[in-house]
Design a protein around this ligand. Sequence first.
Ligand code: M6R
Length: 605
Amino acid sequence: MCGIVGYVGDGQASDILVRSLKRLEYRGYDSAGVATCYQNRLFVEKDSGKIEEINNKLGLDTLPGHVGVAHTRWATHGAPTKVNAHPHTDCTNTIAVVHNGVLENFMQLKKELTDLNHTFVSKTDTEVIPHLVEEGLRAGESVEQAFLKALRKLEGSYALAMISTSEPDKLYAARKEAPLIIGVGKGFNMVASDITALLDMTQEMVFLHDRDMAVISKDSYRIIKIDTGEGVERPVKTVAISVETAEKQGHPHFMLKEIYEQPQTLRDSLRLQQQYLDLLAELLDKGRVIFLVGAGTSYNACLAGSYQLSQLARLPSFPVIASEFIPNYGSSLGADTVVLAVSQSGETADVLTALDFARMRACTILGLTNTVGSTLTRVARAYILQNSGPEIGVAATKTFTSQVLVLAQTALRLARLRGKIAQFEMDEFKTELLKIPRIVEEVLMKTSVKVKELAKALMSKPFIFILGRGISTSTAYEGRLKIMELSYIPCIAYPAGESKHGPISVIEESVPVVFVVPPDEYRKLNIGSIMEMKARGAYAVVLGDEADSELMELADFYIGLPKTHPLLTPITYAVPFQLIAYHLAVMKGYDPDKPRNLAKSVTVL
Ligand code: M6R
């Protein structure tokens, strides 16, 4: 997501910070800024746009002083504007903070601080932090005490760096569920969210642990546990890797990095802005006809979402491929129609064209996107952000699992609003939602060897057949898209029940058929389909529950996965498909980050 850097030392902070910020550009960002401290004054410059342009316009690298913080922003709360860009400051303009992460309780903190006469200028969650510290300073606390106290009030994820004119030779930093590293130098120390920002300056690094805070000056640093306030030692490690390897966090490709990031991105996608989720649920509830519209992977998420809306909230909806929306439904739209558009980029031309058309017919437009400030956020009456951070690989991976998770939360909210399911069912589903990041972590750990073996077995196959039933149809479709767009092996995917109506005729000796069989109400029927295919010579690959010995026995190749709620299986069962697709591409010598003929965002019709 956002990139943060801090510096304290003998050099000119702003110059070093801007160079480090440029090292973070690969992460994707919409705005940037720098704050320094000099002669008891804070200097802050920031804007939306590219670092080079902002620097040319505002002279970010000319700010005076030997201590400073800097930021590249990927918007999550508030549009990508100058005022929302970091660093953020307090009322007295003496404290500057940069932040990467999502604060869940910022609305409540903002209200409390506003009641105490603090003035806010941005729409960000981050801005509460300098004001919380200011509040502590007002009460006579030291900067360290005030910072620690503020951290203890924050719920959500953060990597933070802060400077204050009260202590112009110090840099404060802290982390919770977002990485933060101290770069140890001679005559300086730094802090950054990403080792790429430090590699130019030093290879000696200290990796802060979760809920660590650090007080850093040019010749020393102290680390303190946020929960207990006690000091702690963390080892200094020599990081001798190239910038290119560091950008991918040690993974050979961005796609693999993004697949492995999913436990964290899913955690962030559970931290939605509740008032927007409520609004989305209310507006969906008002519609007479509901469409879920998306393209590619986002369409597959719509398909999963339609099962969730129907089964949890008892709300039927039409999942529609964006380019087919006008031809199929254009003539039936009206003021009682709600269109929920799902688009990672928020810029897909097929989606925007469908929305334009729907808007002209007075439909209510809603959005789910990963990109603040995108066209979708401007045309939607209400939208929700999935908080997955920038995705560099062309293939959608972490953004798919987050889309499904956000749609599941929307369906649950709607179920509550409509009073359609029992309290215990809602509670159970909520518990399962919260477990998802950990289960995906488990999936990644448990399947890493098997997916490679399977990719080897599939590598020379002329085509692959994928089947799912119920919500697993969306998993099968997403598996098909991943494998096809990355390995260029033609794939077909069908709802399993449909295969006997034609597709089964392609089955002959050793044709690979991948079955998505979570332990849901369709398991028995799926076993029937596996038998059917095997009887015709198919090589049966089964993705099923890790404890399902019957399926294991039946399969020619089995990938066992941990249990979750059936409506959340598109998340957990999509992960092995992502990995299989990745390994197929690598084994075949293709670049998984840039599949041929494809663009990350398709802005043409
Ligand atoms: O930005 P969007 O979610 O609207 O993009 C939609 C599709 O172009 C996108 O999902 C595409 O299918 C990806 N290559 C899938 O990996």
